[in-house]
Design a protein around this ligand. Structure first.
Ligand SMILES: Nc1ncnc2c1ncn2[C@@H]1O[C@H](COP(=O)(O)OP(=O)(O)O)[C@@H](O)[C@H]1O
Ligand SMILES: [Mg+2]
Length: 394
């Protein structure tokens, strides 16, 4: 019997189309001898569809037409599995189209990797691949992530963070805090976005105020940190769960400094909202990274530690910054699935994508077993007890 994997993708997110592409790549690489794939496409208005046509990337050129060829569905719990049910009932045939043993959410950005789809799958009560609700949402939130890393003594840059609304009420106070704690140049970031959106460098007080206002267009929370001028970026992927996890070999994205100088042009320039790069997709990379063996090992150790501290499971990519002036290593951020499927890193670590996906499925089942061993309800119904139920306050 094949394992039935429900691949959830699309969704209400600006990264809807990227999700379709990533899902298609993963579906292609999943071993069809072991798995039956049930594609679950979530449209931009939040409806779920399934159907054979969803396997063909060309069909997405006209999404309205594609949807008409598919069946609108809902997922409902059925023990350890989920039933996939038709929304438009058919009179004389079963409305259960299929069942799902394990879900694979491949949704980027908001309503996806921020923990929303994970919450839905928790309620649905089936095993799913990747980090749970908490780890997913921390992974999307640069400020919360930094707070946890600092508290756990993971090397990360000093920062100042605040709410946009507080800043509007007292700009001077925050500018002073930033200047007391950090030195120029600094980098200003929107608190909870990816793909370099809202990021700007500032060389002085004027530039700082401008960069903060720019970031405020995108987010209600702002983060400021020292800009590393002589920067080397290194990424390391980690596979496993909070207890057992292994690092991949490290990669060095190259051309990233050019992206930053591209962004630099926006300082004092036009307020374009399209100044960002699309993640790692367009970057060249060196695998393994061009760093000494000892540093490679150190980064791998910190990557695993970070993965565990943030409570990740499945696979995540931890992005590092090295200050080439003093060789100090800093964790910049963690990227969870799907941005972090990083198959090229695991291929370089002698784990082809197909094998990586097998392990992700195994980890999902393992985590679900552990979850089932926990107590979520008591057998006795206290409402059925004879002597009255005491109110919560007593
Ligand atoms: N403190 C910093 N110093 C120098 N460059 C930085 C710094 N922080 C970020 N950058 C540059 O900006 C890019 C995007 O920043 P990052 O924090 O990774 O946000 P995103 O979620 O958009 O990827 C980084 O890959 C790096 O090139
Ligand atoms: Mg990044």
């Amino acid at each position: 019997m094949k394992i039935k994997i429900g691949v959830f993708f699309g969704g209400k997110s600006v990264e809807h189309e990227i999700s379709i592409i990533t899902a298609n790549q993963a579906i292609t690489s999943l071993n069809k001898d072991k798995y039956e794939i049930i594609p679950i496409y979530i449209s931009k208005n939040g409806k779920m569809y399934t159907g054979e046509n969803l396997f063909d990337l060309k069909e997405y050129k006209d999404m309205d037409k594609l949807i008409k060829k598919c069946e609108e569905i809902v997922c409902v719990n059925n023990g350890n599995k989920a039933n996939v049910l038709r929304v438009n009932n058919k009179m004389f045939s079963s409305n259960i189209i299929n069942t799902i043993d394990v879900a694979f959410p491949i949704m980027h950005g908001t309503n996806g990797e921020d923990g929303s789809i994970q919450g839905f799958l928790e309620i649905l009560g089936i095993p799913y691949i990747g980090p749970d609700v908490l780890a997913s949402s921390i992974g999307m939130d640069k400020i919360m992530m930094r707070r946890i890393l600092k508290e756990q003594n993971i090397p990360s840059l000093e920062y100042v963070a605040f709410y946009s609304l507080d800043y509007i009420k007292g700009e001077d106070k925050y500018i002073k805090e930033i200047e007391d704690k950090l030195t120029y140049p600094v980098i200003v970031k929107a608190g909870n976005l990816g793909s370099s959106v809202g990021i700007k460098k500032a060389n002085n007080r004027e530039g700082l105020a401008e960069a903060i206002e720019f970031a405020m267009e995108f987010s209600d929370r702002i983060m400021v940190e020292k800009a590393i001028t002589n920067l080397k970026e290194i990424n390391c992927s980690v596979l496993g769960d909070m207890i057992d996890a292994i690092p991949s070999t490290c990669e060095q994205p190259i051309g990233s400094d050019e992206i930053l100088s591209y962004k630099d042009k926006y300082v004092g320039g036009s307020k374009s909202k399209t100044g960002g790069s699309k993640g790692m997709a367009t970057l060249q990379r060196k695998v393994p990274a061009d760093i000494p063996e000892e540093m490679h090992k150190k980064i791998q150790d910190i990557a695993v530690k970070t993965f565990k501290i943030l409570g990740c499971s499945g696979v995540a990519r931890i992005d590092f910054m090295i200050d080439m002036e003093d060789n100090n290593i800093y964790v910049n951020e963690i990227n969870t699935i799907p941005g972090a499927l990083s198959y090229y890193l695991w291929e370089a670590t002698n784990k082809p994508f197909e094998k990586e996906l097998d392990e992700l499925v195994e980890i999902a089942f393992k985590r679900n077993r552990e979850r089932q061993n926990r107590t979520y309800s008591y057998d006795q119904n206290i409402l059925a007890l004879g002597n009255g139920v005491k109110g919560a306050k007593k």
